[in-house]
Ligand binder design. Structure first.
Ligand code: XLS
Ligand code: NI
Ligand code: NI
Length: 435
């Protein structure tokens, strides 16, 4: 077998290690709250970033060194990349991966030809999965790069484009099932608009819902058991994306009778672009029992776009892991590093530093979150904050059994309520004691 990365298999060496190619915190077999770190964290690598991102930006071309890639759109080149990718997964100890159909195989002159190319590449994925035991976390279709999708795919004003998108998603679902994919993601990069002057929003949303209903039908037809995920993002590339945040997605799914078939895949940089914190987006999704998976990255808050950086902020990973542990852990989902290196980090070894850093940051987040939970003071504080509701009247209201008349009667008789402090600063200090 060829070796493309001159890097050893990354091992856990503990917090005292000075080796940059070792884990200081991610110890896959270490148990936390009764499960191994590996089972909790379910790391995934994004094929589009690891294998296909040339690190170009709007002002300059790609810088990434990819000595294994001949730069062509051939099927043979696409097949060769798969081996490189699995070597990367093996060496980093990342168990899962995600892809778009067009990352793994070239888009050719027609859907028929592209499908054939996809089948040829999927054969290699199957072989590599069998050899290594790595698993597909989710598959998806790229409905945003080709010029035909410039005005949307499932929300295109053009029926021919919509039809093409449907055919493409059908095939991407089949391929995901073929590879034993655990889930399937819809990210509507161009499902939105640039200007409302040319847009019939209601009609586009109806079309999107019809599209997703057809996907649900087809999922049943082929017996694909994994969940569908919707990945919210407010903008970029469109000015306004319909799936703008968790709340907008949940509302859309509910309005169109799709809620039971979908969960959300929450990405940090998308949350911040939407003007929310990641914790907010996770909390909204989890509250509706729809937190399915996570695209683990972060943005640069000085820059107003999706910079897709590797998550290294322990405060962030602690919040994410508090959410994940709080909902009883990820089931089919995982922590997919939808993240890319900076354009300046063009050497293949930077892929390793980037992922090792993300994995260690999440391992620390996990350990800290578990410690906060074990300590119990945070949870007890929140419980106590609502304790006036733990009364016969509180439970009557929560059950929907009270009325304005009843409450007015009490309000007219009671003295001024004794409101306790919210203690934000106290709690921030408490959290910092664990970090
Ligand atoms: C882009 C999205 C995309 C999805 C998959 O901003 O994050 O990469 O995760 O289509
Ligand atoms: Ni993403
Ligand atoms: Ni993104």
């Amino acid at each position: 077998m060829n070796e493309y990365f001159k890097v050893p298999k990354i091992k856990y060496e503990g917090p005292k290690s000075k080796n940059p190619l070792a884990f200081k915190h991610y110890n896959p077999t270490e148990k936390i709250e009764g499960k191994t770190m590996r089972e909790h964290l379910r790391f995934g690598a994004a094929y589009w970033h690891v294998m296909r991102n040339s690190l170009s930006d709007p002002f300059g071309g790609g810088t990434a060194q990819m000595p294994w890639d001949d730069g062509s759109d051939s099927v043979a080149n696409a097949q060769k990349r798969v081996g490189v990718f699995f070597e990367f997964l093996e060496k980093t100890g990342i168990d899962y991966y995600c892809f778009h159909d067009r990352d793994i195989a070239p888009e050719l002159g027609s859907l028929k030809e592209s499908n054939k190319a996809l089948d040829e590449v999927v054969k290699v994925f199957k072989k590599e999965q069998k050899r290594t035991g790595k698993k597909l976390l989710w598959g998806t279709a790229c409905l945003f790069s080709h010029a035909r999708f410039s005005q949307g795919a499932a929300t295109s004003p053009n029926l021919g484009v919509y039809t093409h998108a449907a055919g493409q998603v059908k095939k991407a679902m089949e391929v995901t099932k073929e590879l034993g994919g655990l889930g399937y993601t819809f990210w509507g990069g161009r499902e939105g608009y640039s200007t409302l002057w040319n847009t019939d929003m209601k009609r586009e949303l109806d079309h999107l819902a019809a599209f997703l209903h057809m996907a649900v039908d087809y999922k049943k037809e082929i017996g694909f058991k994994g969940p569908f995920y919707i990945e919210p993002k407010p903008k970029e590339p469109t000015t306004h994306q319909y799936d703008s945040d968790s709340a907008a997605c949940l509302n859309f799914l509910r309005e169109y009778g799709l809620l039971e078939h979908f969960q959300l895949n929450i990405e940090t940089n998308h949350a911040t672009l939407a003007g929310h914190t990641m914790l907010h987006e996770l909390t909204v999704a989890a509250g509706a029992k729809r937190l399915g998976s996570i695209d683990a990255n972060c943005g640069n808050e000085l820059i107003g776009w999706d910079t897709d950086q590797f998550p290294t902020n322990i405060y962030l990973t602690t919040q994410v892991m508090l959410s994940v542990l709080g909902m009883g852990g990820l089931k089919t989902g995982g922590l997919n590093f939808d993240a890319k290196r900076r354009r300046e980090s063009h050497e293949p070894i930077d892929l390793f530093y980037a992922h090792i850093g993300g994995m260690d940051a999440f391992a620390r987040g996990l350990k800290i979150a578990a410690a906060i939970r074990k300590d119990g003071r945070l949870e007890k504080f929140v419980e106590k904050r609502y304790s006036t509701w733990d009364s016969p009247l509180g439970s009557k209201i929560e059950k929907g059994k009270s009325s304005f008349k009843e409450l007015e009667k009490i309000a007219l008789e009671q003295s001024e309520p004794d409101l306790a402090s919210g203690r934000q600063e106290f709690l921030e200090n408490l959290i910092n004691d664990f970090i």
